[in-house]
Design a protein around this ligand. Sequence first.
Ligand SMILES: Cc1ncc(COP(=O)(O)O)c(C=O)c1O
Length: 425
Amino acid sequence: MDESSFKADREFARQLDRTDKLANLRQAFVFAEAELIYVDGNSLGRLPRRTVERMRAVVEEEWGRHLIQSWNRGWYEAPARVGEKLAQLLGAAPGQVILSDSTSVNLFKLVLAALRLRPSRSHIVSDVLNFPTDLYVVQGCIHLLGQGHELELIPSPDGIAVDPQLLLHTIDEQTALVTLSHVTFKSSFLYDAAAVTERAHQVGALVLWDLSHSAGAVPIELDRWGVDLAVGCSYKYLNGGPGAPAFLYVRRDLQKKIESPIWGWFGQRDPFAFDLEYDPVEGVGRFLVGTPPILSLLALEPALDLILEAGIEALRQKSVQLTSYLVYLADTILAPLGFSLGSPRDPGRRGSHVSIRHPEGYRINRALIEEMQVIPDFRPPDNMRLGLSPLYTSFADVWETVDRIRRVIEQERYFGYPQDPLPVT
Ligand SMILES: Cc1ncc(COP(=O)(O)O)c(C=O)c1O
């Protein structure tokens, strides 16, 4: 629906839900508290019902009954098998994606591996909107190598976006690696990954995308864009659950030359030969390190099936409608109450969360959680981050969220909360 026909009333939101072709997907998820509006942005996706059944079977049958034999009944291949499923959402042909470790550890492996593929180049390009762990990992790799690499950070004057031209001009013949978040964690800015990758390749640099906030919500075409390397977590829009293993992608034609900096036995050609010399397996599997977290890994699979059944194009279409409706309501209802938009207005440059900014954002968040049955999250200094999952967020949820924020402000409910944040915000 065209944005010009949006209306700021509850009945209109319900009408959008009635015409939403994906509305039934909501039933595939656990809603333990019917009144709770879950718009966490999006650090932990909801629990799919199928996952509950699958986990019961994994724990009782695979672990409980079959014990160690389960390694030969599918567990050993699981990082690659689940990787192939996920690859369909990343636009990756088979043999390029595995599930392994955390996003931070995968970044470490791929940043070091990439820098070693470009030994005569000393610059790494990123931006100030990137997730801190990505930048820490790069800083750590520079420190570890001790070869004087420099990290160049593209600024963001408004904290929402970077100037794409400035980025493209900064990538030059000195650049070894460009590493960015496809969708930025605070503002939801969505990069034109194809254009950045193309520019990097023009000057001979490698590109590593962090897909944590785009996988499962935004169509991704790693092969078509010619991306070299990618990582991402699977507990956000992929609904893999807390601590679900992260993924990594290595383009097929790089796989022969690239080396993992962590030589673990799961990356060995035949780990159960117990050979004393490291001989890495061919392909992306060499980036596996140690025993995979099987329970978390298998918990991801039913969620991936759900997303694949829904289709990423349909999910993206709904996600754009949801975020556009939220932006409209924020402009109409919240801007007069002191809020400003912390995300791009252009839906083509926006992921599936929207940040709204208010100097009292943290205390407003607390009041929403404690008193209003709304769970957003908060990213300093003033971003209330609202994640809208096209799998289960309804348009009525969007309306209710904005209406409850309005009530918190008008009824001064946030006044009673301390300024000091809890450990996890
Ligand atoms: C963009 C991005 N990258 C990396 C991470 C960290 O991932 P992990 O905890 O798996 O290392 C996060 C966590 O929220 C993130 O948002």
